[in-house]
Design a protein around this ligand. Structure first.
Ligand code: FAD
Length: 413
């Protein structure tokens, strides 16, 4: 006989595990299904946490190399130990995912390992790695299956020379020349890690600015700072047309602004053109749920077209951010419990963990202009701050956008 749950969550990323904890706290008998052996999803295993660990390590190395002497600290024989850096990153990940496993136990949530798929609205099949399977019965279900890296047509990710962020976080030797396709958040964070450690970085971005979804002033400033900090070239308005790897190198071809074909040769090509919602083998066809450009459509309660089945996080509309997924996890649990939660999407910040860190919340200046909103803008350069000079952090600024008449805060970048 199959076990029956009030709620079953598929996927244990920051959306899924937070939803499961909140459901359990609200008195529901809860299960969580995860296809990988560790909990925590993209964010904890191959995303936010490992990238932040390497960002910190590489920033320490870069400061030791370029700033310590000015502070009056002289180090002899500074050396990079990549295997140790990657090992430490692995330990941070291990401790963090173990923390999630502990939270599941503490909240009496059943963790079921295997690939979940819907047989029908109330039955989920869990296919295990050893070929066996188990079926459970559930009153309600929450789909939190997240996302996977996207690629471009005609480019095959071989995971050796043409890699995604997942493989980049495991590199144990430093590439001499890394070509990065994409100029968004993940691309810039990876560029910072490897650029600071000594790789030459060539970035190819289709749009005419870096981090084009954030306030445009941020991408411009960051490009300047990164160029000054390490060997970094951003080729904007470049449409990548192909990438070919040999055993020794990789060649990326692109079309520049003038329509000319240009070629870049490096030893690693990192594909960072965004992520696609992941619903592979989820059995959505058994529920007659159709995706919209890969995403699962949900209403204002995050309910899918099937009553009692909810979806959240990277697999639905909106920004692909861990804290957005977690917020939606709390929201869905409270909706199921009959409460009336609320999410203010306008108050969810986006952060790029470069140095200086780039962050933005609320409306961008471009959005306000496009909407014809009356606004005023104030900008303060860090250069003018004594505290920033003391820590040698004089690059960057704070920009505040407020309503022209009421002073209401509309955006901050
Ligand atoms: P995920 O974290 O993707 O989790 C989904 C889980 O579902 C996975 O564990 C998957 O194995 C499992 N799953 C999928 N299908 C099934 C199935 N059928 N059965 C069982 N299990 C299944 N965001 C930030 O906010 N800040 C950051 O600093 C940040 N840095 C990032 C750095 C990198 C390199 C990357 C790649 C991403 C980063 N992100 C960051 C984005 C963040 O990781 C995602 O937004 C977040 O993980 C989404 O959470 P989620 O719960 O929706 O899905």
């Amino acid at each position: 006989m199959s076990t029956t749950y009030d709620v079953t969550v598929i996927g244990s990323g920051p959306g899924g595990y937070v939803a499961a904890i909140r459901c359990a706290q609200l008195g529901m008998k809860t299960a969580i299904i995860e296809r990988y052996p560790t909990l925590g999803g993209t964010c904890l295993n191959v995303g936010c946490i490992p990238s932040k660990a390497l960002l910190d390590s590489s920033e320490h190395f870069h400061q030791a190399q370029h700033q310590f002497a000015e502070h009056g600290i002289n180090i002899k024989d500074l050396k990079l130990d990549m295997p140790q850096m990657v090992k430490r990153k692995g330990e941070v990940v291990d401790q963090t995912v173990a923390g999630v496993a502990f939270l599941m136990k503490k909240n009496k949530i059943d963790v079921l390992q295997g690939h979940g798929s819907f047989v029908d609205k109330n039955t989920i099949n869990i296919a295990k790695e050893d070929g066996s399977s188990e079926q459970i019965t559930t009153g309600k279900a929450i789909i939190a299956t997240g996302s996977k890296p996207s690629s471009l047509p005609n480019i095959e990710i071989d995971k050796k020379r043409i890699i995604t962020s997942t493989e980049a976080l495991e590199l144990k030797t430093l590439p001499k020349h890394m070509i990065i396709i994409g100029g968004g958040v993940i691309a810039l964070e990876m560029a910072s890690v490897f650029g600071r450690l000594g790789s030459k970085i060539t970035m190819l971005e289709y749009m005419d600015s870096l981090i084009p979804t954030m306030d445009r002033s941020l991408g411009k400033e960051l490009q300047k700072v990164m160029k000054k900090s390490f060997d970094f070239t951003a080729n904007l308005s470049h449409k990548v047309t192909g990438a070919k790897a040999t055993s020794r190198s990789v060649t990326v071809t692109a079309e520049n602004k003038k329509g000319e074909s240009v070629e870049f040769k490096g030893d690693i090509c990192l594909m960072a053109v965004g992520r696609r919602p992941y619903t592979d083998k989820l059995g959505l066809e058994n529920l007659s749920i159709e995706t919209d450009r890969g995403r699962i459509p949900v209403d204002e309660h995050m309910q899918t077209s099937v009553p009692g089945i909810y979806a959240l996080g990277d697999v639905v509309r909106g920004a692909m951010l861990a804290h957005k997924a977690s917020e939606e996890g709390m929201f869905v649990a409270e909706v199921i419990a009959g409460q009336k939660p609320h999410i203010n999407y306008n108050a969810i910040p986006g952060v790029v963990y470069t140095w200086p860190e780039v962050a933005g919340v609320g409306a961008t200046e471009e959005e306000l202009k496009a909407n014809g909103a009356p606004y005023k803008s104030g900008k303060f350069p860090f250069r003018a701050s004594g505290r920033a000079r003391a820590s040698m952090d004089t690059d960057g600024f704070v920009k505040i956008l407020a309503h022209k008449e009421t002073d209401e805060l509309l955006g901050m970048h």
